[in-house]
Design a protein around this ligand. Sequence first.
Ligand code: TXA
Ligand code: MG
Length: 345
Amino acid sequence: MRTELLPLASHDPAEPGVRQALQRAAGLIRAGGLVAFPTETVYGLGADALDAAATAAIFTAKARALNDPLIVHVDAPDLDALGARGVIGPLTARQRQRARRLIDAFWPGPLTLVLPRGARVPATVTAGGDSVAVRMPRHPIALALIAAAGTPIAAPSANRFGHVSPTTAAHVREDLDGRIDLILDGGPTDIGVESTVVDLREDASRLLRPGGAAREDIEAALGQPLLRPEARRVAASPGLLDKHYAPRAALRSAQDLDGLRAIVAEERARGQRVGALLNAHDLAALGDPAPAYCLGDTLEAVARGLYAGLRALDAAGVDVIIHRSITGPGLAEALADRLRRAAAR
Ligand code: TXA
Ligand code: MG
């Protein structure tokens, strides 16, 4: 059976049609169902985070490895309430202070915090570990859904495991049609790459995944540099492994137009179909790089279009996707990370 896709006329939860859709979705969550919903980063596949069976169903729907823990989405920036509800465990003074600083600076928003696990979070959510990842998204639909459900919502990105994350409801349907109960269609997501994940459990804070919140801003709020992920954590968090955000096509990058031209010539000489993921200026300068997906000119615009572009070029059946290499701080760190993973074989 096809999964129903409910279009939302706006992002205003008070609007009657939107409220009705949210009530339906919240009822499904409370009943142990699976609902895909928009966040400001990517679409999430949500279930009641305190329901072991419902969260186990997320893994089945996504064909996700059971050792990859889920992010718990909450609707208030309140550490004490999260503790009282058994979402997070007791915090040390240092953990509390750093969590407080980051929550004040970033929530609601694209920052996920890894903290000690609370007693009510099922082992399915934490992949059996003693930590839990929590995030308060800033998308009004996501916040209203969590509030209406009356429970925190565990949600990974709403894609098949290993695929590129979904930034539209159509992407969700491509991957999960018939496998989940409902898709709330709130249009394309605003940021386009996943949240930044920071582990606060040790004395030093650790960046587990670069994302929508910039490392430099997090370090400024903490007054402390972020450590890199460690090998043992990477193993404990397969979302951090290479080849995770992978399209079918191979990716090749160059720093300038001459480099891109050389790749096109080389790949075509080998009989490969080349697709271009570039901005309008580069596409025009390259002449005839069809099929192509046109990215915007700013880092923000590139982030917004990146996953849609990878999906579109995969669907066009190209063998190789060419793009400009991205380096630098802020959002560039997340984009470089995703492009590197998408290129991993
Ligand atoms: O922007 C986002 O974060 C999106 C939206 C839906 O919120 N969600 C998302 O979820 O990207 P997912 O499951 O695709 O990625 C979550 C990442 C994974 O790399 C996972 O391994 C890591 O967070 N993670 C979750 N819980 C963790 C934990 N307790 N310790 C370490 N890493 C954890
Ligand atoms: Mg994911």
